[in-house]
Design a protein around this ligand. Structure first.
Ligand SMILES: Cc1cc2nc3c(=O)[nH]c(=O)nc-3n(C[C@H](O)[C@H](O)[C@H](O)COP(=O)(O)OP(=O)(O)OC[C@H]3O[C@@H](n4cnc5c(N)ncnc54)[C@H](O)[C@@H]3O)c2cc1C
Length: 410
């Protein structure tokens, strides 16, 4: 029995079916893969071409736990499976793989095709899983129904975007079977800031900037890319990645800064600024800013720059010029908190991987109980890695569950 009809659960059911089992798939929603539909903005970044260590480098949380499952179903294996089921895929920038038709629904449709023969129960919410003395399981559904299974795979997802059905049920099921569940936090999530100067910048996207986060003198994040100002703070690809590395840390401890000119070394930028100031003559320094940054940011800049920008260009001292360069190279951002789990792409934390065998996905505490997907304390950056993890852990759990049942019956 598989609990949860997301990518991990569908992969588990499909691989268990192909391994020869009679499979029941429980999904609390009225359809399978509700979250899958909204992935990649509806295009579904289903995996990434990265393999081996390149893939694992994109997994900040418990990467080694994934060696066996990614070996079992690699991104190539997943693409071949989808192709076999009628969904061709294409690799784009950054190795991100999408269905050729650019529609997430194509991925779900392909998987559903592969599930023919599985007893799919929609609107069926599992409320408890209890191991029975003979080795089987009783699965209690919402309502009175109790179902029996020889092995159970929990693939209920995490806590992010709960409207899609992932409300943390798997943690309850795991705990009631003696499993440890690590604290959960939002990851791949926008961040709130305390900077009033940034509020009017809502909607401004900065391309090719660098974002840095330091904590107690240690650099936790430094990357170049795109950042977006929002009504509450900052978002965009750079910020989502950074949020993964800051998940669970007190944001007040983080010194965060934006380098507006990452491609220009400070010395070169100072020379350029000196030239502009000379040319500027009696004009106010603020009049130069639109040559250095987007206009809306130039309007907000006086709030963060320690130099009096109403001053004439010709009056700016060398020390002030350096201060301006320092601000351009490290625009300070005061982080307050991550946005809530309801807005996070993934959940950090979950079923403690120390209690799960990575070669089989089976519980080390309750034989016959398996876990797959985001319910586990594993998560990755954006780029198709999280879905690949769901598919790989699901596929491994499905196959090993059937093997477990066969061995038990011998
Ligand atoms: C907006 C958004 C965009 C994303 N885009 C991408 C992307 O492009 N690429 C990528 O790699 N990752 C992406 N992700 C992350 C990815 O979608 C998840 O990591 C992945 O869906 C996890 O799969 P899962 O099967 O473990 O969990 P889920 O997809 O959450 O599926 C769990 C299923 O279990 C069901 N369920 C829960 N409790 C019960 C219960 N008690 N009984 C029965 N059923 C239950 C739920 O209804 C749900 O259908 C995105 C996430 C979000 C929120």
């Amino acid at each position: 029995m598989v609990i949860g009809g997301g990518p991990a659960g569908m992969a588990a059911a499909l691989f268990a079916l192909r391994a020869g089992a009679r499979v029941t798939l429980l999904e609390r929603n009225e359809k399978l893969g509700k979250k899958l539909y909204i992935t990649g903005k509806g295009r579904c970044n289903v995996t990434n071409v990265a393999q081996g260590d390149d893939f694992l480098a994109q997994v900040p949380r418990n990467p080694r736990f994934l060696y066996a499952s990614l070996g079992h179903l690699s991104s190539e294996g997943l693409r071949a499976l989808l192709r076999e089921l009628g969904c061709d895929t294409v690799a784009e920038r950054g190795g991100r793989v999408f269905p050729v038709a650019q529609k997430a629904s194509d991925v779900t449709r392909a998987l559903v095709r592969g599930l023919q023969g599985v007893d799919i129960r929609l609107g069926a919410r599992a409320e408890s899983v209890r191991a029975q003395p003979g080795g089987s399981f009783n699965v209690h559904l919402h309502g009175e129904e109790v179902m029996q299974a020889d092995a159970v795979i929990v693939a209920t997802g995490g806590l992010s975007y709960p409207v899609t059905g992932s409300t943390g049920d798997g943690y309850t099921l795991a705990r009631s079977n003696g499993h440890r569940v690590t604290d959960t936090y939002p990851a791949l999530v926008p961040l709130d800031t305390a900077d009033d100067w940034a509020r009017p910048l809502q909607g401004l996207a900065l391309k090719n900037v660098a974002l840095t986060a330091n904590r107690r003198g240690k650099t936790l994040f430094h990357e170049q890319g795109e950042l977006l100002f929002t009504h509450f703070g900052i978002s965009g690809p750079l910020v989502l990645s950074m949020s993964s590395l800051l998940a669970g840390l007190p944001m007040q401890d983080i010194a965060c800064a934006i380098d507006l000119k990452p491609a220009v070394p400070a010395q070169e930028l100072e020379q350029r600024l000196a030239r502009l100031l000379t040319e500027g003559g009696r004009k106010p320094v603020s009049s130069l800013l639109p040559q250095l940054m987007p206009r809306s940011l130039a309007q907000a800049f006086p709030a963060v720059c320690p130099v009096q920008l109403t001053k004439a260009c010709s009056q700016v001292t060398a020390a002030e010029r350096r201060q301006m360069v320092d601000t351009l190279k490290a625009l300070p951002v005061r982080l307050t908190q991550a946005r809530p789990l309801t807005e996070a792409v993934v959940t950090r934390g979950g079923v403690d991987v120390r209690d799960v065998n990575p070669s089989t996905m089976m519980s080390r505490l309750v034989p016959g109980l398996f876990f797959a997907g985001e319910v586990l304390d594993v998560d990755a950056f954006t780029g198709g890695y999280n879905l690949q993890i769901a598919f790989s852990t699901g596929a491994l759990a499905g196959e090993r569950a059937v093997q477990f049942i066969a061995e038990e019956k011998e």
